[in-house]
Design a protein around this ligand. Structure first.
Ligand code: FES
Ligand code: FES
Length: 160
């Protein structure tokens, strides 16, 4: 089978992958790079559990062929949150507010929170809800997620 080589920056580290061009980014991350934080839910772009940040924007990795991700692309998975001040803060507030129940949606959800606060550290409630509209949660009713993002915004780096 034809393979291509790609060099990406994944969670701040340069990674080289050799993959069939149509292999899903989700599979490359989970199986080839061992980053199991991105979860597979629907596999059809509907649920957001596989969300990762591509050059800072949330995208569903189950729909992206690896061949479409160019060399030099910055990819952030939930494992990368730990390396950033904002990411550590979000993990803290999600835990404090009880924003995770079964937890299945949370890796994608919290990356959407991170992307939102990185581009708009003072979002109103409507902006918070809109930024998470692609991340389905069957457990929480979303209110505790909104509260966590509001709490993180109050302490967001540069917003203190
Ligand atoms: S698994 Fe990718 S959107 Fe549901
Ligand atoms: S916490 Fe269970 S799906 Fe969101």
């Amino acid at each position: 089978m034809k393979t291509i080589t790609r060099i990406w920056k994944v969670n701040g580290e340069e990674k080289t992958v050799k993959v069939p061009p149509m292999r899903r980014l989700l599979d490359v991350l989970r199986e080839d790079l061992g980053l199991k934080g991105a979860k597979e839910g629907c596999g059809e772009g509907e649920c957001g559990t596989c969300t990762v940040l591509i050059n800072g924007a949330p995208m569903v990795s189950c729909l992206i062929p690896a061949g479409q991700v160019r060399d030099g692309t910055e990819i952030m998975t939930v494992e990368g949150l730990e390396k950033t001040e904002g990411g550590r803060l979000l993990q803290e507030v999600y835990a404090d507010k009880g924003s995770a129940q079964c937890g299945f949606c949370i890796p994608g959800m919290i990356l959407s929170s991170y992307a939102l606060l990185s581009r708009n550290p003072n979002p109103d409630e409507a902006a918070i809800r809109e930024a998470h509209a692609g991340n389905l949660c069957r457990c929480t009713g979303y209110q505790k997620i909104v509260e966590a993002v509001q709490a993180a915004a109050r302490k967001w780096p540069g917003n203190k």
